[in-house]
Design a protein around this ligand. Sequence first.
Ligand code: MN
Length: 253
Amino acid sequence: MTAFAELVAPAAWRTVDLVSDLHLQAAEPATVEAWQGYLQTTPADAIFILGDLFEVWVGDDAAALPGFEAQCAGMLRLAAERQPIFFMHGNRDFLVGAAFAAQSGLTLLDDPTVLVLHGRRWLLSHGDILCLEDTEYLGFRAQVRTAAWQDAFLARPLDERRALARSIRAQSEDRKRSPGRVWADVDAEAARTWLRQADAPTLIHGHTHKPATHALGEGLERIVLSDWDASAHPPRVQLLCLSSAGAQRVDLR
Ligand code: MN
């Protein structure tokens, strides 16, 4: 049985923004700029990042040096002074730790977490753990989420970790291109089971890059967040805004 962390929103919160899968990287400055612009202007009372904020994260020590990671920490920190920012790990940035959270003003969130807003329960997850058909990935996930694997990885020199991350990414790009590859999606029965256990009608997740709202029966549904790519045609720069009126997608351009 899955443990469901619970976050009860303060009564003063009117709107909450949710985003995921921005895959921020220095090589994609347009998306970084869109993110920075969003952080500087959102009227939301809280921001929830449901994983894969970063294309890759090889350890919090990367942000201790001047560079892309430190720049991202700086823009998060400025925004976090105005409203709380919650961060849930994705499969790309599962190594974000307490040091980076402190540096950038983020509050780390368990996956999954139930957000209680205006008395309504919303189940939040990155979503990768519910893609049950992707057994190869789930095996990898189980390995890299252990303290032993993470301690051993983080003990390597930073340059070596960056090189390893590049090679893992290249392998995964190769697999994506292999013929007959079927994209795993969130398993509907697993999503229903989670929602019943969490006593929530709606699951919100990212990871699959397939934004849609799926009715699951029994009054249950799952809302899939969009990934971000400000250079795409048309650009994908979208968030989900929760308010007393429900969930609404907002395109920022
Ligand atoms: Mn993901």
